[in-house]
Design a protein around this ligand. Structure first.
Ligand SMILES: Nc1ncnc2c1ncn2[C@@H]1O[C@H](COP(=O)(O)OP(=O)(O)OP(=O)(O)O)[C@@H](O)[C@H]1O
Ligand SMILES: [Mg+2]
Length: 577
């Protein structure tokens, strides 16, 4: 029978035949026995497993049994090694102090007096082994419990880690959500402000049209130099008002744009002198132009205004001089972060960077809002960057500001890449002749009687015959009953039928009559739907009205009819009509 090392009987009986006898008796009942020569070997064997130690008393006499006592003392809590001491004859515990000491030092000791009967030895050893087995069972249970505890702790650790990861993920999601919400809030705020400003701009443009139109008429009639000077001041103030409404419309992305393929390197180079005189001598102007710059699709006049606006901001920021860098580059952008940024794609960038004090986060968060300014009363209207924002967005691009307090500011305007090459326009020669209009009739459609009146006056001076309509319905009625209508001048934003609807109905009735839209602002998308036709922005100058009217007449097949009729009726018609 094979025996587990942990159940073997270790025998220490260095002298005499006791060891051999004990081994023989125990082996006979199938117990595993190992004989040790001395105490040291016995203790060494303990390490490999032991069921019972069978020790002849004399082996301990005179020996340093501290070794075995230490091993006994160092046992794990479940272990209490049974020791069978083969005592000398007559060595009863009560009369043998040495045996008593041994019993105290070695703990679980059973004394067996010699000579012993083999059955007694076997039963004492087997009883001790049974006790030892119980100890092993206890050990196994303790280990099972420990393993279960370990597993539990491991599970707790894993679960805690999972919870921490889920927590982190949740925190990240919350942060991301907050970021998106703030971008959305910002976009909604800009949108709401945009609607407000465009509404205000529209109403003011109508007022300014009346003011400017009448002022100019008065200027023509006035001869007194003092009055003329006053009128001039009034015109200038009204024009400044018109400039503000332009910027407001630009912000709300409702200005009329004339985008075309533009080489921005040329634009920047062409502006160098203007920038230098704007910035003054204390600012060095550096240009960094990317060779092979892609053409940008942008209104050339507006982008110049934008660069100038940014340069003025830089000048105002750099009170004591510094460096202004105007840079162009081809860039491919990833997804946008803020509402002012363009969507992912290819852009032509123009950046204006200064070495001024830069912007704080609070300022940066609000710079695109119209009327947000940190400049003193009368120094800034807070519309510069709003205009930059509106133009970039309306053009299909965007804008980004990189700035830290104390480290200057860099405003980057991204414009869509044009897929055609820039072409240089031949300057248009606009003749300024009122004779063009001889005998042509204009149907003026505007709900604002003051605007209608001043428009009629200007048209009259240009030589046109004027028919007025205060609404779309009136205009359509006139179209049906009045033969001589050569061109229509239609206000876009009117109550009831708007300009686009009037145009659609008018075209159905009189397709040959060209239409020129006039607008204080215009929903550009709606205007595009309105189809062919020129657009004139209020408030307009007399020569702008004259030029636009000529242009729509020239572009229309009606022009020929009109000119024929003009000839027939004996009027003068200029060659270019
Ligand atoms: N380059 C810059 N450095 C530091 N701050 C700037 C810079 N550009 C703009 N700002 C800040 O942004 C604000 C808004 O600029 P924005 O151009 O819209 O209006 P403004 O310059 O104050 O007035 P306006 O341009 O209408 O005359 C400024 O008042 C200023 O505080
Ligand atoms: Mg400004």
């Amino acid at each position: 029978m094979t025996q587990d090392a942990s159940e073997r009987v270790l025998v220490l009986a260095p002298s005499g035949r006791d060891a051999a006898i004990a081994q023989a008796i125990l082996a006979e009942v199938g117990l595993g026995v190992a004989v040790c020569d001395d105490l040291r070997e016995l203790c060494g064997q303990f390490e490999h497993g032991v069921g019972v130690a069978l020790i002849v008393e004399e082996a301990l006499q005179g020996a340093d049994y501290g070794l075995i006592a230490r091993w006994i003392g160092a046992q794990p809590p479940w272990s209490d090694l049974p020791i069978v001491l083969l005592a000398q004859r007559g060595g009863g515990l009560e009369r043998n102090p040495a045996a008593r000491r041994l019993s105290l030092a070695l703990g679980n000791v059973t004394f067996l007096e010699r000579p012993f009967h083999p059955t007694t030895l076997v039963s004492v050893v087997e009883t001790a082994l049974r006790g030892r087995r119980r100890q092993y069972e206890a050990r196994d249970r303790i280990e099972t419990i420990r393993a279960a505890e370990e597993l539990l702790e491991q599970r707790v650790r894993e679960r805690t880690a999972e919870l921490a990861a889920a927590n982190r993920q949740l925190a990240d999601q919350i942060a991301e959500r907050e970021r998106i919400e703030s971008v959305l809030r910002q976009a909604q705020r800009l949108e709401a402000v945009g609607q407000l400003t465009s509404g205000v701009a529209h109403d003011f443009n109508n007022l300014l049209m009346v003011v400017l139109g009448n002022l100019r008429q008065m200027q023509k009639a006035e001869t007194d130099p003092a009055n003329l000077r006053r009128l001039q001041m009034m015109v200038q103030a009204a024009e400044r008002g018109a400039q503000l409404t332009t910027q407001m419309l630009a912000f709300s992305r409702r200005q009329q744009l004339d985008p075309r393929a533009v080489d921005l390197n040329e634009t920047v180079l062409g502006m160098h002198d203007l920038l230098q005189s704007t910035m003054g001598g204390s600012v060095a102007i550096v240009t960094q132009l990317q060779p092979d710059l892609w053409p940008a699709m942008i209104d050339p006049t507006q982008i110049e205004l934008v660069i100038l606006n940014l340069a003025i901001n830089a000048r105002d920021a750099m009170e004591v001089g510094g460096r202004l860098t105007v840079e162009t580059a081809n860039v491919t952008l990833p997804a946008a972060i803020g509402p002012e940024e363009p969507p992912a794609g290819d852009y032509v960038m123009v950046a204006v960077t200064d070495t001024g004090p830069g912007m704080s986060e609070e300022v940066k968060a609000r710079v695109f809002e119209p009327f947000f300014t940190t400049k003193g009363v009368g120094k800034g209207s807070g519309l510069g960057l709003s205009q930059v924002f509106g133009l970039a967005k309306q053009s299909g691009g965007g804008v980004r500001i990189d700035s830290l307090p104390g480290q200057g500011a860099s405003v980057k305007v991204y414009l869509p890449r044009a897929d055609v090459d820039p072409q240089r326009d031949a300057p248009q020669h606009e003749p300024n002749s009122s004779a063009d209009a001889a005998n042509l009739s204009v149907l003026v459609v505007d709900d604002d009687s003051a605007v209608r009146e001043v428009t009629a006056e200007i048209l009259g001076e240009l030589g046109y015959r004027v028919i007025e309509a205060g609404s779309g319905g009136d205009a359509l009625h006139l179209l049906e009953h009045e033969d001589r209508i050569d061109v229509m001048l239609v206000d876009f934003a009117m109550p009831g039928m708007n300009g686009a609807e009037v145009a659609r109905e008018a075209r159905a009735r009189r397709p040959e009559v060209p239409i020129l839209f006039v607008t204080g602002y215009a929903d550009t998308a709606a205007l595009e739907q309105a189809g062919e036709g020129g657009i004139l922005r209020k408030p307009y100058l007399e020569r702008e009205l004259a030029a636009k009217l000529r242009a729509v007449l020239r572009a229309s097949p009606t022009a020929n009819a009109a000119s024929r009729r003009a000839k027939l009726s004996g009027g003068q018609t200029s060659a270019e009509l």
